[in-house]
Design a protein around this ligand. Structure first.
Ligand code: PBG
Length: 305
């Protein structure tokens, strides 16, 4: 009766990694229980997610070919675009969000256009806008830019509006830190930068007030939901964001946070399920309305009883 925070399957967004081919379900070694899946397998997974009562998924694509400009990202026939169509066909009521970024599609692995060894913020905006429109055209319910280029929410908003997708909302990865916790994801999405790192566009983990500035810019540019990422080492940022802005708030319980729990569980050092629920509850307690988490299916099974 006096419990202050409740965890519900309604709060979860489950990430899926979609790849080319057929009948592919390749385990991601650093993320036990997660897979790179071809579209047919992703459809099966999406049905399972929906039947567990999880309302939403977020799609990441692993294209067959990568190139300098990440053309696979905005190809209307690309892996994510085809996955959206197949999933919306099979499970129309599952809410499909797409991650909008260049890093899975560029051969250098950076989140934007690279010139003379530098990531070019402004030259990237047009490509992110094209990628977003292409996802919306395929049937995505919401787009989620994760690149952290300045000005991309505004660029995406106007491109969606101009192309007849004014109803498609944007969930902005607004306060995204340059984090070591993304390690396992980069294996999953094959998106490790081939030189340098992401510190020129992602945030310094030491900064707290800067997060509020980043979030408020994204809201001004038209974001409908804002996100803090990672979650666990950034609960203070989640709490700050909740207190400062009256807008739905998401938190990304990222790959490294998931893998640490799985590894310690496999070693018999912690009670994995208990720790998982404690972590997810703490993210809600800090103020997140929505949680993107690889634990979603497991947690839903427990919450469903
Ligand atoms: C793409 C992107 C990343 C994640 C989500 N979108 C990786 C990165 O920025 O390097 C990380 C997700 C995770 O670690 O679970 N830009």
């Amino acid at each position: 009766m006096v419990r202050e925070t409740h965890l519900s399957t309604d709060d979860f967004i489950y990430p899926l990694f979609v790849t080319f081919g057929k009948g592919v379900r390749k385990p991601i070694s650093s993320m036990p229980g997660c897979f790179q899946e071809s579209i047919d397998e992703a459809v099966k997974n999406a049905k399972e997610v929906y039947s567990l009562g999880i309302p939403s998924i977020i799609l990441f694509g692993i294209p067959e070919h990568k190139d300098e400009f990440g053309t696979g990202a905005y190809d209307d026939n690309g892996v994510v675009q085809n996955a959206i169509k197949a999933i919306k066909d099979a499970v129309p009521d599952l809410y499909v969000i797409t991650d909008v970024c260049m890093c899975e599609y560029t051969n250098h692995g950076h989140c934007g256009v690279v010139e003379k060894g530098e990531v070019e913020n402004d030259k990237t905006l047009g490509l992110l806008a094209m990628e977003s429109v292409s996802h919306a055209k395929a049937g995505a319910d919401m787009v989620a830019p994760s690149d952290m280029m300045d000005g991309r929410v505004a660029a995406i908003r106007s491109a969606l509006d101009e192309n007849g997708y004014s109803d498609t909302p944007i969930m902005a990865y607004a306060a995204k830190y340059a984090s070591g916790f993304y390690g396992p994801f980069r294996e999953a999405a094959e998106s490790t930068p081939q030189f340098g790192d992401r510190r020129s566009y992602q945030m310094d983990p030491a900064n707290r007030r800067e997060a509020l500035r980043e979030i408020s810019l994204d809201i001004q540019e038209g974001a409908d939901i804002v996100m803090v990422k990672p979650a666990l080492s950034y609960l203070d940022i989640i709490a700050d964001a909740k207190a400062s802005f009256a807008i739905p708030l998401a938190a990304y319980n990222v790959s490294g946070e998931y893998s640490m729990v799985k590894a310690a569980e496999q070693l018999g050092w912690i009670d994995g399920k208990r720790v998982m629920l404690e972590i997810l509850t703490s993210i809600r307690r800090a103020g997140a309305d929505l949680i993107l988490t690889y634990h979603a299916k497991e947690a839903a099974e427990i919450l469903n009883g």
